[in-house]
Write a protein that binds this ligand. Structure first.
Ligand code: C5P
Length: 231
């Protein structure tokens, strides 16, 4: 049985292009988006702000349940993220926030504290959710599950370009090391480890233009009978 509201789950390692593909697919279908990685990043950021240790699981759960978040989407598709009415868009995207996110994401009770918030995003006309466990733990009955991958080199190049676009100083060696470290942390954790699910369609995006990846996902959505705004 699938969700009454169609959900497209896009999982994969960092830098595989999940966020870009998710936003483009959602825009084409007129669906909502859920950037679940941003939630873990925000927990890490808020812990830093409130001086909560990343090992203090009970305090992190309290903080997670109390997060006051707002995601604004401009007509151009640019997203701004607000934490307690403070604009944290750039801070959330930093490499440090990514590594901190990966640490808090390994804590089962923090993951559990985010489940309801994530599932609440599945509202009409539909949702495109990206992360590590969208197709497994959060939306196991998603109408379409995608697992995006790309070579480590290409993922590092994309991350570097993103950081440079937001004028964050970065170099390829450091970004590559961060990606490898985060992949390892995400793939070896006990709870919701990063891995392709048997019922997910795997797409390797190495050397594939984003337009082609988006077209492939949209075709798969049509094949699965997902109602699209294009009819
Ligand atoms: O996708 P993004 O790079 O923003 O995610 C940051 C971190 O949050 C990941 O490295 C991963 O540890 C964690 N995460 C997760 N489950 C998700 C989304 C992100 O564990 N659904």
């Amino acid at each position: 049985m699938s969700h009454a509201v169609p959900v497209i789950a896009i999982d994969g390692p960092s830098g595989a292009g999940k966020g870009t593909v998710a936003r483009r697919v959602a825009a084409a279908l007129g669906f909502h988006t859920l950037d679940s990685g941003a939630l873990y990043r925000l927990v890490g950021l808020s812990a830093l702000r409130d001086q909560v240790a990343l090992t203090d699981e009970p305090a992190l759960v309290q903080l997670t349940l109390a997060l006051q978040l707002r995601f604004d989407q401009s007509p151009t598709g640019a997203q701004r993220i607000w934490l307690d009415e403070q604009d944290v868009t750039e801070a959330v995207r930093s490499e440090a926030a990514g590594l901190r996110a990966s640490q808090v994401a390994a804590l089962p009770s923090v993951r559990a504290a985010l489940v309801t918030r994530q599932r609440a995003c599945a509202v009409v006309p539909g949702l495109v959710a990206d992360g590590r466990d969208m197709g497994s733990m959060i939306f196991p009955n998603a109408a379409l599950k995608i697992f995006l991958t790309a070579s480590t080199e290409e993922r590092a190049q994309r991350r570097l370009a993103q950081l440079q676009a937001q004028t964050t100083p970065a170099d390829l060696a450091t970004v590559t090391a961060d990606i490898v470290r985060r992949d390892h942390q995400d793939a070896t954790r006990a709870v919701a480890p990063l891995r392709p699910w048997p019922d997910a369609v795997q797409i390797d995006t190495t050397g594939v233009p984003v337009d082609a990846v988006v077209a492939r996902v949209l075709q798969l959505a049509v094949d699965r009978g997902i109602p699209t705004s294009r009819g």
